[in-house]
Design a protein around this ligand. Structure first.
Ligand code: CP
Ligand code: NVA
Length: 311
């Protein structure tokens, strides 16, 4: 049984296995081939924060494999764990469901749940990481560019959960990662050191000038400037990030073949303009679609060789 709690802990081989399997499962989906691996089985979902893509793609993925889902949600940190502690919920849920997805504020909650669960757990966003997002993003890049080794991903924005997962995935897949944003929003030195410990030859560059950052990019990525839970800082961040907007002028400085990525939801007019979102370089809806194919790939691995019987 293998949990997916962060890209950095997952490692290169498992990351590549999920990407490869997801590509196969995408083809099968498009061909209308049904793989009823979860018939009579259920995915348990926890959501402490709002979601469109993750919630819907998880449900569609498990439905497409013949299974069902049950959702436990709250709107705020910790509320779901007040009535009953994480440990007991993990043990009880494991008696009912075949796998669990968790969107929480705290990464520690997901890790504790996973330690206590006897079914596999996937992190579908915490304040620390968004691993399945990064997988869908690199799946999208592979579809556009094939082998990704030597490609450049320029991430312009907050050094947040999404950025951390992207950096780890880039390191494992041999992609150069350029980060550009205001000084106070860098990826922490601790985190970069963890990535370097796993991948000593990681190509990680910090570039305060967004124009220089995108000059050699194959993909230009941005995310919201204030993540869920940081809404109180939104006005301050709008000012601090203003020169890091992905707009037509900035994209004119990037190579013409560069694609634009955003995990969504986007704040059009803030971190990205309408012109770029609706323009020919945007690959953002492919990213969204690929969220479902990543879950189909992961669930299939869980149902087959990653299951306890095969370890
Ligand atoms: N990108 C993403 O995780 O979207 P949701 O918050 O809508 O799930
Ligand atoms: N960084 C964003 C990603 C949303 C999918 C957030 O955490 O709100």
């Amino acid at each position: 049984m293998k949990h997916v709690l962060s890209v950095i802990d997952l490692g290169r081989d498992d990351l590549e296995m999920i990407l490869d399997r997801s590509a196969v499962m995408k083809k099968r989906y498009q061909q209308g081939i049904h793989d009823p691996l979860y018939q009579g089985k259920t995915l348990g979902m926890y959501f402490e924060k709002p979601s469109l893509r993750t919630r819907v793609s998880l449900e569609c993925a498990v439905n497409s494999l013949g299974g069902g889902s049950v959702n436990l949600e709250s709107n705020g940190p910790g509320i779901l764990w007040q009535r009953e502690c994480v440990k007991d919920q993990a043990r009880v849920m494991s008696r009912f469901v075949s796998m669990v997805s968790m969107r929480t504020f705290s990464q520690a909650v997901i890790e504790e749940f996973a330690r206590e669960a006897s079914v596999p757990v996937v992190n579908v966003l915490s304040d620390f990481a968004h691993p399945t997002q990064a997988m869908a993003d690199f799946m999208t890049m592979r579809e556009r560019f094939g082998d990704l080794r030597g490609k450049t991903l320029a991430y312009v924005g907050d050094g947040n959960n999404v950025a951390r997962s992207l950096l780890s995935a880039a390191a494992y897949l041999g992609v150069r990662f350029i980060w550009s944003g205001p000084d106070g929003y860098r990826l922490t030195d601790d985190y970069v050191a963890r990535v370097k410990a796993k991948v000593p030859d990681v190509q990680f560059v910090e570039e305060s000038d967004p124009v220089k950052a995108v000059r050699e990019a194959d993909a230009v990525y941005t995310d919201v400037w204030a993540s869920m839970g940081q809404e109180g800082e939104a006005a301050k961040r709008e000012q601090e990030f203003a020169r890091y907007q992905i707009n037509e002028d900035l994209m004119a400085k990037a190579p013409r073949h560069a694609i634009v990525l955003h995990c969504l939801p986007a704040h059009r007019g803030s971190e990205i303009t309408d012109g770029v979102m609706d323009g020919p370089q945007a690959a953002v809806y492919d990213q969204s679609e690929n969220r479902m194919h990543i879950y189909r790939g992961l669930f299939t691995l869980w149902a087959n060789e990653w299951s306890p019987d095969n370890e």
